[in-house]
Design a protein around this ligand. Structure first.
Ligand SMILES: [Zn+2]
Length: 112
């Protein structure tokens, strides 16, 4: 614990000397860069783990499996008409668009 205090003191003294002699931009720039880096990494980590819109537990998480090749599943947005083709189903909950759940439509493909 004492070595952490000594390290903080050394960093403060070195930062003060560099800031007073060379310029405070050389001390505050890396600190600001580190803070921005931490902010971005934290946000990306939150996105990677999936921000949930609904109440927890309202959907069933499935094993990511490919959909049936004889079917084509589309989700469409009632508000703006956007359609999304489902390639891999990861959850039973439909995706959202325009702030609403999209409607699922399954088409059976004609055998060729
Ligand atoms: Zn939409």
């Amino acid at each position: 614990m004492a070595w952490k205090l000594a390290l903080v003191l050394v960093v403060l003294v070195v930062g003060g000397v560099v800031g007073a002699n060379v310029g405070w931009a050389y001390v505050l720039g890396p600190v600001l860069g580190w803070m921005v880096y931490r902010f971005i990494v934290g946000n990306l980590r939150g996105l990677a783990h999936g921000a949930r819109m609904g109440a927890p537990g309202d959907d069933e998480v499935l094993d990511p499996t490919a959909v049936d090749p004889d079917e084509r599943t589309l989700f469409w947005c009632e508000e703006c008409g956007t359609e999304v083709l489902l390639l891999v189903r990861g959850t039973s909950r439909p995706p959202s668009h325009c702030g609403q759940r999209m409607h699922e439509r399954t088409e059976l493909l004609r055998p060729s």
